[in-house]
Design a protein around this ligand. Structure first.
Ligand SMILES: Cc1cc2nc3c(=O)[nH]c(=O)nc-3n(C[C@H](O)[C@H](O)[C@H](O)COP(=O)(O)OP(=O)(O)OC[C@H]3O[C@@H](n4cnc5c(N)ncnc54)[C@H](O)[C@@H]3O)c2cc1C
Length: 409
């Protein structure tokens, strides 16, 4: 008989276990992990550096990074937010640093620091860690929970926490406990595009692009509502970078419904709209008529992209601004500010990906991160229908949920 069993040896599970133990040393706590090693996602996270949180310290701003979970996270973030995360890790011997884009990492630049910190804290607090312990069944018997591992071993506990990430089998078990599950779909992915305009440009990035989605051939007009700003990166397979990843997160469900067949319209000039771009190009015809168009980039665009967009607009290699007529100007302006690509499928973004969907947030009391139907059942992390854009926000949701659950476990 345990006081607390936590199913899932990942970010949320460890954070909840350690905080519960530190609050009450007498509790008998176990973490059950199906794999042979714990914290595997933490290990690979952020390219092996673990992007633990983001330097965004205002809860009302922080929630805007969560396509799913936004409203429900406001109060929890008022209780445990990135400042608390940084302080927690520093108190446990892991110094955290901020990068220019706001992402925060251990100073060691290694996820191993986080793993060691958690394992040390478990050992100091006598938390049992059972690996190769896949939970196959959960039963509620009056005031206690029975957890069945590997078809035979039965453990009993007063309080149960589910921190299994995006595990479909556990969602099925939770459905049997009459919890509603929002169907899972991938989030944080890159767009597959085969197009001559970007074919040989992999590695080129535009710092401030605006990207928007246009409805697919299936006619799903709800897609037209999604747009984002930020860096756009041309890859082997198509487009990536923060602007694209943000779109993939915000439109995760709609893009899944469209079977990942849609159009993305890129304004390579960011906030410069079509009319302003046209006026700028028009001025160049007057101010520098003898200058070669092809070889002289404008708007700070990478020269290879500029040349490719010239070609797509019918502007030749030796063409001067004076030779650029109205037809070329219209086409070129369009390529610069409304460059339309057909997207055909998605690829995994290796640094971070998550699942949208999971336990319906209406099932959860966000003061305690427990089930409204079964108050002794706690949940945090990706098992819930909460996910964020890339940048350390997904872990922050796991820390916040794990910490709040621990206060009541
Ligand atoms: C490659 C990659 C990189 C990432 N990088 C970042 C990053 O840098 N920053 C960031 O904020 N987010 C990042 N994320 C997202 C982040 O890792 C997740 O949001 C976070 O790990 C969720 O924590 P969790 O505890 O809910 O789930 P997980 O970390 O997935 O842990 C769940 C655990 O439960 C175990 N489990 C599942 N089912 C069972 C079962 N039946 N019985 C026993 N155990 C079970 C699993 O094996 C797993 O160990 C990344 C994700 C990926 C895939």
């Amino acid at each position: 008989m345990y006081d607390i069993i936590i199913i899932g040896g990942g970010a949320a599970g460890f954070f909840a276990a350690i905080n519960a133990a530190e609050k009450n040393k007498d509790l008998k706590i176990a973490i059950l992990e199906r794999g042979k090693d714990v914290l595997q996602k933490v290990r690979v996270s952020g390219g092996g550096r673990c992007n633990v949180t983001h330097a965004c310290f205002e809860p009302a701003t922080l929630i805007n990074y969560y396509p799913r979970g936004k409203e429900k996270l406001l109060e929890p973030f008022r209780k445990f937010q990135p400042t608390d995360t940084i302080e927690w890790f520093e108190n446990h011997g892991v110094k955290i640093k901020k990068e220019a884009d706001g992402r925060m990492f251990p100073v060691s630049n290694s996820s191993q620091s986080i793993i060691e910190c958690f394992l040390d804290a478990c050992s100091n607090n006598n938390i049992e860690i059972l690996t190769n312990a896949r939970v196959e069944s959960i039963e509620k018997q009056e005031e206690e929970w029975r957890v069945i591992i590997g078809g035979e071993r039965v453990l009993a506990t007063k309080k149960l926490m589910i921190a299994t990430g995006s595990d479909t089998a556990i969602w099925r078990l939770l459905e049997k406990l009459e919890l509603n599950i929002v169907p899972p779909v991938p989030s944080l992915f890159t767009f597959n595009i085969k197009d001559d305009r970007i074919k040989d440009l992999m590695g080129i990035s535009v710092e401030q692009a605006t990207c928007r989605i246009r409805h697919s051939k299936s006619g799903n007009k709800s897609l037209d509502n999604f747009s984002s700003n930020g860096a756009a990166l041309i890859t082997h397979w198509g487009l990536s970078g923060p602007a694209i990843l943000k779109l993939s997160a915000w439109a995760a469900r709609e893009l899944n419904e469209a079977n990942y067949q849609f159009e993305v319209i890129v304004n390579w000039l960011g906030n410069t709209d079509m009319e302003k771009a046209r006026q700028h190009l028009h001025q160049l015809i007057t101010l520098q008529p003898k200058k070669n168009v092809f070889a002289n980039t404008e708007f700070g665009l990478p020269i290879r992209l500029w040349k490719s967009l010239c070609t797509a607009s019918g502007i030749g290699e030796y063409q001067k601004w004076a030779e650029t007529g109205k037809k070329h100007l219209i086409k070129f302006t369009e390529q610069l500010t409304a460059c339309t690509f057909n997207v055909n499928g998605k690829s995994t973004f290796k640094e971070e990906f998550v699942t949208a969907g999971g336990v319906d947030l209406e099932e959860i009391d966000f003061e305690k991160f427990n089930s409204k139907k079964h108050p002794s059942l706690f949940m945090a992390g990706e098992v819930l229908n909460i996910d964020a854009i890339t940048g350390g926000f997904n872990f922050q949701a796991a820390w916040t949920g794990g910490w709040l659950a621990a206060q009541h476990l």
